[in-house]
Design a protein around this ligand. Structure first.
Ligand code: NDP
Length: 298
């Protein structure tokens, strides 16, 4: 069997298009576009690229982007103060603090300062609590993207067995809870799991969020399973030339795709869903905060 490739770029583009249409309709109806404040501290090159992409895609979706670029030596106090001002600013619907922050700043403290109603990354304790309690709230973007990709591929997920490998707060735990919300039976595997391959073999949906290049192989995949690879690992690629690198996932794509029914590539799978989820959360945050009805189809 050769797995069908789940096209994350295309699914993300359609989420962004739906958000864009909704943002246009809301702006026309209420005279104000949803606004995302992005906070970047320091000069980390990867973070700058991520922020630029987020800003461009926010504006392309018809929303406002408010950039706050601060120098590397900004104090923790100053970042927390900025977040407090953004919390209080009625023009701001969502706040995104680009991680990682410089070492002298506690990202836990800065994230804790974000008002949960503006927490478009879904990282605050309140957002995590709402997810566990099954209350409405802003869900973390990458795990939410995994669910959308699985639903696009399999339709109704009810009753499917989803094995999530990884239990981080950023990805594994929220992913498992989001699949549970979709009425999946869930198993969370981690570094202490006994006989990982046997556990993974029981998965209708296998979510890999391990951070180890190509660790899950065909031995971990049940024939026909839907494989969602969250991993992003940069590894040497001598075949491309000396000193060259490439991105690979946590799944060995070549061998797993011989067994799986469907599989996300890296890059072009889960990755593009993260920004799409951020835009969607910004729109949802604006609707919730401003008392607007959420447009259908978002
Ligand atoms: P973490 O390092 O925080 O967590 C990794 C998890 O994998 C841990 O729970 C760990 O278990 C588990 N693990 C490690 N080794 C093994 C093993 N040998 N067998 C079974 N489980 C193991 O990583 P993240 O959750 O933050 O990220 C996971 C991956 O997703 C990374 O590749 C990251 O780059 C990528 N990522 C991609 C995003 C995207 O936009 N697509 C966004 C965020 C992350 P234990 O808890 O027992 O140590």
């Amino acid at each position: 069997m050769t797995a069908s490739i789940i096209d994350g770029k295309a699914v993300a583009a359609s989420v962004r298009a739906r958000v864009g249409e909704a943002a246009k309709a809301l702006t026309a109806a209420h005279g104000a576009a949803p606004a995302l404040a992005v906070v970047l501290v320091g000069e980390d090159p990867a973070s700058k690229v991520y922020v630029r992409n987020k800003v461009e895609q926010t504006e392309a979706a018809g929303m406002r982007s408010l950039e706050h670029k601060l120098p590397t030596d900004t104090t923790e106090e100053a970042v927390v103060d900025l977040v407090a001002r953004l919390n209080a600013d009625p023009e701001v619907d969502g706040i995104l603090v680009q991680l990682p922050l410089p070492k002298h700043i506690s990202s836990d403290r800065v994230i804790a300062a974000i008002h949960p109603d503006k927490d478009v990354d879904g990282l605050t304790e309140a957002s995590a609590g709402r997810l566990v309690l099954g209350q409405p709230g802003l869900r973390p973007c990458t795990p939410a993207g995994c669910v959308i990709l699985a639903e696009e591929t399999l339709g109704d997920l009810s009753g499917k067995h989803c094995v999530v490998v990884g239990r981080s707060i950023l990805v594994g735990k929220p992913a498992a809870l989001l699949f549970l919300e979709k009425n999946c039976t869930i198993t969370i595997a981690h570094s202490r799991t006994a006989d990982l391959a046997a556990v993974c073999q029981t998965a209708d949906i296998l979510v890999a969020a391990v951070g180890r290049p190509e660790m899950l192989t065909r031995e971990h995949v049940k024939p026909g399973a839907c494989v969602i690879d969250v991993g992003i690992n940069r590894v040497p690629a001598p075949e491309k030339g000396e000193g060259k690198t490439k991105l690979v996932g946590d799944v060995d794509f070549a061998s797993a795709s011989e067994v799986a029914g469907s599989i996300t590539p890296v890059p072009g799978g889960v990755g593009p869903m993260t920004i799409a989820g951020l835009l969607r959360n910004t729109l949802l945050a604006a609707c919730h905060r401003r008392g607007w009805d959420v447009p259908e189809g978002v």
